[in-house]
Design a protein around this ligand. Structure first.
Ligand code: CMX
Length: 283
């Protein structure tokens, strides 16, 4: 499993209130991150030193004292001097709206004011943290290869003249997947397959897709060694899953979809084949 993102929650300057910072620290821990809290009244130098020693990917600065402009900018400057400006710096606390743009211009990636949901902060960190700050050698290879391409059709028998006639391929397996509201036909092509998808129910995902887009490429499925690792890794990187748990696909595969709104309009499926399936094509 990938390593959690390490975050330093820091209180620069003289303000003596850290309830908000502690709530953020706990919230980010609940979101699966590893959080270190500096304690109160830290200087920018102390904060940067702790960030480097702890090898964090993100610093979250919190200030209620009104000195955020100088203190936050000083942290960014010191990181630059240390050639550590690949560490994401975000800020929060009592920050007037008119200061937000100036802070961003100074290198604070985002400013979160009271009332922001912790999920939003975590999502921002996941999306913007530099992945090369994470120990890459600990990240598992997520994808083994292309498993199949799903093609939405109105009726499978209507497109067979193309696949089995013109292209000379064969349908080796047909199956109805009630859970997904589709009938499928699998056409192997080397190590991967084409999956023809015909809707069985009027309000299922393929029927809706056909209604909106007409027939065409519906999804791309990547083979993964472990579907639960793939789901957790995608979530940790800020991608939404259509379902947070793997579901049964055709031939006992375990499948999970990333939401197309997070993947530039391409519906991406993770697909874990069973051991039996890896070796043998059913007929
Ligand atoms: N590729 C790209 N975009 C897609 C899409 C697809 N296959 N399906 C839906 N979308 C887009 C829609 O165009 C729409 O975008 P706009 O808001 O810009 O118009 C948006 O997603 C929402 O679409 P919707 O029609 O309102 O449908 P829902 O939100 O109810 O559902 C989705 C969308 C992706 C969650 C749903 O299709 C789903 O759960 N898909 C995964 C399951 C699936 O597709 N199963 C069939 C295959 C099973 C198999 O291979 O075994």
């Amino acid at each position: 499993m990938s390593q959690p993102i390490r975050v330093l929650v820091a209180k620069p300057g003289l303000d003596g209130h850290d309830r908000g910072a502690l709530v953020i620290a706990q919230g980010l821990r609940d979101q699966g991150m590893e959080v270190i809290y500096t304690g109160l009244r830290q200087t920018p130098t102390e904060i940067v030193m702790t960030a480097l020693q702890e090898d964090v990917a993100c610093i979250g600065l919190s200030s209620l004292s009104g000195a955020h402009m100088e203190l936050f900018s000083a942290v960014v400057q010191l990181l630059r001097q240390q050639k550590a400006d690949d560490i994401l710096v975000i800020g929060g606390g009592v920050i007037p709206a008119e200061d937000v743009e100036a802070l961003k211009a100074a290198g604070i990636a985002e400013v979160f004011t009271p009332g922001t949901r912790i999920e939003e902060v975590a999502q921002f960190i996941r999306r913007h943290v530099r992945l090369d700050v994470l120990p890459q050698d600990k990240l598992p290879p997520l994808v083994l290869g292309l498993d199949h391409i799903g093609i939405a059709v109105t009726r499978i028998d209507e497109v067979l003249p193309l696949y089995t006639g013109l292209l000379g391929l064969s349908v080796t397996h047909q199956e109805s997947i009630a859970d997904q509201g589709v009938k499928t036909a699998f056409v192997p092509l080397g190590a991967m397959e084409i999956e023809l998808l015909e809707p069985m129910v009027a309000d299922g995902p393929v029927a809706k897709f056909l209604h909106k887009h007409g027939p065409g490429v519906h999804h791309i499925a990547f083979a993964v060694a472990d579907i639960n690792t793939a789901i957790r890794t995608a979530q940790a990187a800020g991608f939404r899953l259509v379902d947070e748990q793997a579901k049964p696909g055709g031939r006992d595969k375990q499948i999970a979809f990333l939401h197309p709104k997070d993947t530039s309009g391409v519906l991406i499926e993770f697909c874990q084949r069973t051991d039996k399936e890896r070796g043998v094509q059913e007929s």
